[in-house]
Design a protein around this ligand. Sequence first.
Ligand code: ATP
Length: 472
Amino acid sequence: MDLEGQDLVDVWNTAVRQLSADVPSAAQLTWMAETHPIGLSDGVCVLSAPHEFAREQLRRKFQDKISGALSDAVGSPVTLVITVRPDTAEPTSTSDPAPFVEEPDDVRMAPPTPRVDSSVPGNVHPLPTSNLSDKYVFERFVIGPGNRFAHAAAFAVAEAPAKAYNPLFIYGGSGLGKTHLLQAVGHYAGRLYPRSKITYVTSEQFTSEFIEGVRSGHQASFQRRYRDVDILLIDDIQFLEKAERTQEEFFHTFNALHHAEKQIVLTSDRPPRALERLEDRLRTRFEMGLLTDVQPPDLETRQAILRRKAELEEVDVPAGVLELIASRISTNIRELEGALIRVIAAASLSKQPVSMALAETALKDIFPAATLGEITADVIMDETAKYFGFSTDELCSATRTRSLVTARQVAMYLTRELTELSLPKIGEQYGGRDHTTVIHANKKIQKLIRERPALFEQIQELTGHIKARSRG
Ligand SMILES: Nc1ncnc2c1ncn2[C@@H]1O[C@H](COP(=O)(O)OP(=O)(O)OP(=O)(O)O)[C@@H](O)[C@H]1O
């Protein structure tokens, strides 16, 4: 049954009436009132929540009840897809003005906006490329000896999906551009083939959606979502090693897509043969197409990446400073970019041009000392909590006072910069938050350290504490 317009609103209102006895707080009632149905097609209802926090709450606490109430209202099973309206304001927090943050936005990054395509019954899928980062396009990717082949393969796949190499499997160490290439395929193919359905997902998201589908008995809509695409981009496939049942499901998804000549692109931190806990049949399928690795960039490429980044930031950075940063950080491009951002922040705060002296000072805390041991997420959490006067439990809690939100965002930012943990893993570390929350925290702090001298100083000092504790 497909519903739209007033019919859909009537069904939704009936469901909400049925639910209101179970909604205890005024805040929850407000989110509920601000949540609207977008479409109901082939047993899948797409809801639009006012913000990410509401979406999470609705998903965690009310998903089953809402599905049940909607199923009752239409007389057949209904699966829910909850999205967040882009560009809506964050919920406001109630107390504690923070010293340097205006708004307590723990989360803000629009997830893919599913649409109900009425021309294809039952098709609920993300708009092409809607959950891709704008930054991760081919135009911003600097080519060097370590990534030339991977770049060429990704480019070829975007130009001729399912014709060039299928699957394309890109592997390599942390922060070397795998996600960037994967999403660039999505952007470019989306431009060349605007009608194609392109889905980007991390294997962790795929796993949790699958589990959710099983739990709620709605596997069919999950399967439809992933089998009805033209290009499937799956990031960090190594996490499937830990999820046996999802491996089975992914095997069928893979076969269905491959058989239908749809393109699959995968990234991993290791080549398929090193994914030891992966079923053989999946490993062999991953090896069926083209395998390509990304290697750490050489000095020249590192400088070129920094030059490009400085141009994009519209900041004049002398060649000597680029060389200084590039010569000290060699294995992770994320860290390389992080160092440049701090130098630019230091210059902008002190209202000086970027110079060697300024760069040396700004970077003294973050260049790894020779004897530095591994920096762990636990140490970062512990030091950040201490620094801002909170407990680690508070950092992981749902409390959203301004100062706590900032401390939490700083902790996530430093974990992203100083460890190799994936975005979902960092989210997990901080009370099971969504990976989009971590992306948001990272962006937010990158922006704030340029605007607020106090926060910049605090983060420099805190990084020093973390590094000191991690010295071997
Ligand atoms: N060749 C490149 N040119 C420009 N920027 C790059 C390049 N390679 C990586 N980057 C940038 O470095 C950062 C880290 O890259 P990315 O997230 O793609 O790494 P990854 O290999 O997927 O890491 P992880 O395995 O930790 O997820 C991103 O901001 C990306 O834009």
